[in-house]
Design a protein around this ligand. Structure first.
Ligand SMILES: Cc1cc2nc3c(=O)[nH]c(=O)nc-3n(C[C@H](O)[C@H](O)[C@H](O)COP(=O)(O)OP(=O)(O)OC[C@H]3O[C@@H](n4cnc5c(N)ncnc54)[C@H](O)[C@@H]3O)c2cc1C
Length: 413
């Protein structure tokens, strides 16, 4: 018998793959909550961004702050095209958004949940909900695992797939404790994909403002070298900063930011496409040609008007000052504010409660051809319980489908 612990995407896909490969082997899936696939249902704002239209494994692995290297071979064996084919073959038409994110054409995550549930049902996988595993031991004499369930009953199985997810679904009985109990090392779990809290005066009154292309850099003792950089869109919120560039930076810096207790300096270049010297020259030319205009009327720099006003206020240049009166000192201050605004970050918030865990079972303890533990043969692992996480865009689910598939094949080979 194969027992799968955890009814998330990794556990489901592992169970389905195993049962498809060896229909005669009984597969039992245990889920501690009353409902399976809960995160899939709420994912992607209820639409489920199940994967990404990125089909080159070399590009795909760049989307994983942790686990990319290890997933390289895995993605060659089961990648986005495979999972897309699986869902379309199971009656779920898909669509790709311009940024590459893949969703069900119906825009409802429930059809993904239903397709997985129906496949499991058809294959004869037994699913027990409200059934948590509270202890997992290996009985060396019998060469099988002994599972203790939360109703105090016990189960035995020669092969176990641990697919209990990250810290978001974890508690003291979560998968990290079960893996650690069998001798695995756990990279300390901390959140990834979060937004930044900042009360810098520059941001006052800017809530709701989106800036399409900025360059940001987190600096401080916790960050290696000159700091950690990202480019892309950011959004000013009531509590600080959000948007794709912030989320990506939070993923790459998840561990360093946790070490810094989420207190660090964020340098923002609001005009990354113009070199600092060129920006200075642009302002000189603009001042020469528009000397009588107020500085509130600046050159076109691709930044919103509200931000320009806020930057003027930050460097204490009155909005009604004339360009002809703007001396070199003021101009330097303005260039500095445009290209290197220093904002202090003092905490993190969840991105619409969408976050993943950085950390988990150490990857060197797992054979990525089969997802079998090198520490405890017979134990397989898949999904977020491993020290794997991706940036937003469907990459976290893809990690689950891929590792679930490999584990399913590994358990039946
Ligand atoms: C709000 C939100 C939205 C998201 N949206 C997206 C998205 O659109 N695209 C994307 O790629 N990623 C998204 N993610 C991330 C994605 O949901 C996770 O990476 C993914 O669900 C991890 O899958 P998993 O199977 O490893 O674990 P989970 O989905 O966490 O499933 C693990 C299951 O194991 C169960 N379990 C835990 N311990 C035990 C135990 N001891 N015994 C029995 N059962 C146990 C849990 O109850 C849970 O049901 C989102 C995350 C959140 C929180």
């Amino acid at each position: 018998m194969i027992v799968v612990i955890g009814g998330g995407p990794a556990g489901f896909f592992g169970a389905i793959t195993a049962k498809e490969a060896q229909p005669d082997v009984p597969v039992l899936l245990l889920e501690k909550h009353q409902h399976v696939l809960r995160k899939v249902l709420v994912s992607g704002g209820g639409r489920c961004n199940l994967t990404n239209n990125c089909h080159d494994p070399r590009e795909l692995i760049k989307q994983y702050p942790r686990g990319g290297r290890e997933l390289n071979g895995a993605f060659h064996r089961f990648g986005p095209a495979d999972i897309m084919g699986w869902f379309e073959g199971h009656g779920v038409p898909l669509k790709s958004e311009p940024d590459g994110r893949i969703f069900p054409r119906s825009d409802t995550s429930s059809c993904i949940v239903e397709a997985l549930r129906a496949a499991a049902h058809q294959l004869g996988i037994e699913i027990r909900t409200g059934c948590g595993v509270i202890d997992l031991e290996f009985d060396a004499a019998e060469k099988e695992f002994l599972l203790k369930l939360d109703d105090n009953s016990k189960l035995r199985s020669a092969k176990v797939l641990l697919a209990t997810g990250g810290q978001t679904s974890g508690d003291r009985r979560g998968g990290f404790a079960l893996a650690a109990g069998l001798g695995h090392g756990i990279e300390n779990p901390v959140p990834s994909l979060f937004t930044f809290k900042s009360q810098d005066s520059l941001l006052y009154g800017l809530a709701g403002l989106a800036v399409p292309n900025v360059s940001i850099k987190a600096t401080g003792d916790a960050f290696p070298g000159k700091g950690l950089s990202e480019t892309g869109a950011i959004l000013v919120t009531h509590w600080g900063l959000s948007g794709p560039a912030i989320l990506r930076l939070s993923a790459w810096g998840a561990r360093a930011m946790a070490d810094a207790d989420y207190r660090f300096n964020l340098m923002v270049n609001w005009c990354p496409e113009v070199a600092r010297n060129d920006l200075d020259k642009m302002l000189i030319t603009w001042a020469e040609e528009n000397g009588k205009k107020q500085v509130s009327h600046g050159p076109e720099l691709g930044i919103p008007r509200r931000l320009w006003d806020a930057l003027l206020e930050k460097v204490k240049i009155p909005r009604d000052k004339k360009w002809a009166e703007l001396g070199k000192k003021n101009r330097n201050q303005l260039v500095e504010a445009l290209t290197a605004s220093n904002l202090s970050v003092y905490g993190k918030s969840a991105n619409k409660e969408e976050f993943v865990t950085c950390g988990g079972v150490r990857l060197k303890e797992v054979d990525f051809k089969t997802m079998e533990s090198r520490v405890q043969p017979g134990l397989f692992m898949a999904g977020e319980v491993l020290d794997i996480d991706g940036i937003t865009g469907g990459f976290n689910f893809q990690g689950c489908w891929t590792t679930g598939f490999l584990a399913g094949m590994g358990m039946t080979s």
